[in-house]
Design a protein around this ligand. Structure first.
Ligand SMILES: *Cc1c(COP(=O)(O)O)cnc(C)c1O
Length: 366
């Protein structure tokens, strides 16, 4: 008997998510010190963890023998105050991936369809396929979502639509007017998951206050994360905002203690650390300019990005990725996203960016 035959075909068909290569692994392979390796592969915050979050974690350590608050009272209260939503509109997640999966597990049965864009975040097809859903991938336009085409493929089998704004890995952005217009055209019986993992990296004037749309669109779920600008990727915490009825469904499906205690206290502290968020934003803005200016000088095409990462066209990206690894620089190949000529690089500190650019120059033989 083949054990894999015990799983449904739709599980066997899933191509596993490929995470960025961990620094420790490359250090072992190259016989290098971890400190000499520059990892710009997973859109992590180069400034590390907010000092306020660190202090909150320290304070909570002695309580680790106890289960976390399964309702996340304090964190939800903090989010409610800062985002102007009711606590009944909030669900917490073990990373925002948890929210994306909750949406699929709550609303899809095998055979139901979910719509997402080509070159969009890899977790959407994973979450959909894991429950036997039918993933409908809509061709992108200029590497961004073709919202009109996404509307056209919606049928009465469609239960979910995923939109990443800004999108990862391409960094494209949909402005508030276009997003609102899209939401007003999606049938009310179709849930829209709006993934705003990078919203803190948008210039203030572009930041969509999408939480204000929840009353108008009861079929809207907004997902946010503490993994990127808040610097807490290792703790796994994010949140979803939605109609209270949707939140109640999520509360039935989610694990009772899906967000650990350290994550809860750290996220609550980080949410109010405006200084840290501003510093993260400023570092990203400067780094994006540093890297894209160098790309221009080198004559390299790139996709203008609204996130903390940028995709650059290098030709056959596999060998360039390997050359960078040999120099101790980890970036992300995006061939699995249908972009075999591109590498995605996360924006780091000024010196990390410089190391990357130096290594790239060498790898391209310039
Ligand atoms: C990084 C990222 C997330 C966040 O995932 P977490 O589970 O919160 O760490 C969500 N969506 C997109 C598009 C991302 O790039």
């Amino acid at each position: 008997m083949n054990l894999s035959d015990l799983a449904p075909h739709y599980i066997r068909d899933i191509a596993p998510y490929q995470p960025g290569k961990p620094t420790s692994e490359l250090a072992r392979e190259l016989g290098l010190n971890e400190v000499d390796i520059v990892k710009l592969a997973s859109n992590e915050n180069p400034l590390g963890v907010s000092p306020k979050a660190l202090a909150a974690i320290q304070k909570a350590l002695p309580e680790l023998a106890l289960y976390p608050d399964g309702n996340g009272f304090e964190l939800k209260a903090t989010i409610s105050k800062s985002r102007g939503v009711a606590t009944a509109q909030i669900v917490l997640g073990n990373g925002s991936n948890d929210i994306l999966e909750l949406a699929a597990r709550t609303f899809l049965v095998p055979g139901d369809a979910a719509v997402y864009s080509q070159h969009a975040f890899a977790v959407y097809p994973l979450a959909v396929k894991a429950v036997g859903g039918l993933g409908i991938e809509v061709p992108a336009v200029n590497f961004g979502h073709d919202l009109e085409a996404m509307l056209v493929v919606i049928t009465d089998k469609t239960k979910l639509v995923f939109v990443a704004n800004p999108n990862n890995p391409t960094g494209t952005f949909i402005d508030a007017a276009r997003m609102h217009d899209f939401l007003s055209k999606v049938p009310r019986g179709v849930i829209v998951v709006l993934d705003e993992a990078y919203t803190e990296y948008l210039p203030r004037e572009l930041r969509n206050k999408t939480e204000h749309w929840l009353a108008e669109f009861p079929n809207l779920i907004i997902s946010r994360t503490f993994s990127k600008a808040y610097g807490l990727a290792g703790l796994r915490v994010g949140y979803g905002l939605a109609h209270p009825d949707v939140i109640q469904l999520f509360n039935r499906v989610r694990q009772p203690f899906n967000v650990n205690q350290l994550a809860q206290v750290a996220a609550a502290a980080a949410l109010d650390d405006d200084e840290f968020i501003q510093a993260s934003f400023d570092t990203n803005t400067r780094g994006m300019t540093q890297i894209t200016a160098a790309f221009k000088k080198m004559g390299l095409e790139f996709i203008p990005s609204f996130g903390n990462f940028v995709c650059v066209k290098v030709g056959d990206a596999g060998p360039i990725f390997q050359e960078l690894l040999k120099q101790g620089v980890i970036v992300r190949p995006v061939a699995s996203y249908g972009m075999p000529e591109y590498l995605r690089v996360s924006i780091g500190t000024e010196s990390q960016n410089a190391r990357f650019l130096e290594a790239l120059t060498l790898a391209l033989g310039r």
